[in-house]
Write a protein of this length. Sequence first.
Length: 297
Amino acid sequence: MRTSSMMTHKTYRGNGNWIFLSRLCLAYVLLMLPSSIAHSSQEQPVLPTVEYKIGPNDLLDIKVFEQPELNQITRVSEDGTITLALLGKVQAAGMTVFDLEKKIASLLEDNWLKTAHVTVFVQEHQKIAVIGAVKNPGLYELIGQVNLLGIISQAGGLTELAMDEIYVQREEPTGEKKRITINMEDLIRKGNQNLNIILQPRDQIIIPTDEIISVYVTGEVKTPGAVQFRRSKKPTLMQAIAQAGGTTEWAKKSGVVIKRMDKISGQEIKLTINLKNIMKGTISDPPLEEGDVIIVP
């Protein structure tokens, strides 16, 4: 009996230790929880939202609960107004849907109805144009808050010929037009979100398309033939020869010729270049133009 009593006493103390440790761990978790929540909220700030404002060319579906005969679908004119039954012209551009609902209801109550419950639904939103080196250029509706990367994604993304800068043509409220230049290297590859601007109605997104130029390399190179470059990369003689596999061991590097058609006179021009001097750095590597023929003797 004494042995049984001692075993029971020992087991009870073990359970007590386990309960004590469990409570200690729970207290620690509860103590740390607010701190971790605060830390998480700092890492993921809530971005402010911009409520959509009605603009010219929006198509509005307006309903009056008390008088269904006043229901109508109307498009906002270029001057920002809509024409409603009983009320005539009403300014709508620059207002949110909620503000316009209140305005129409107030005008009806002032002149025609005791009470008016009005709903406004935007059937077609203002559009922005995406032009240039995207897979699906065209007009896109500006629904809600849309940023630059969002609209490029809607347009199918950039093509391989997209250049390094994007231009946003924007019309200010004063009527003045300005151009915003966005560097794609900073926006996409470096992730500078300050460049991922929120778009406005009537913005035009222009992604310039690069041009592919061809030059021809012949003579003592390993793979003679046409080589192509993007014009924006400003190809040079050494780059063209390198792309043609480099010179052979029989090449006369001091007498490389560039044959080019003069754009003004239409006459052929021959330039003799010493590759050794380019490699030494005593002369610059000459830029190439569309249609140049490089002869390595």
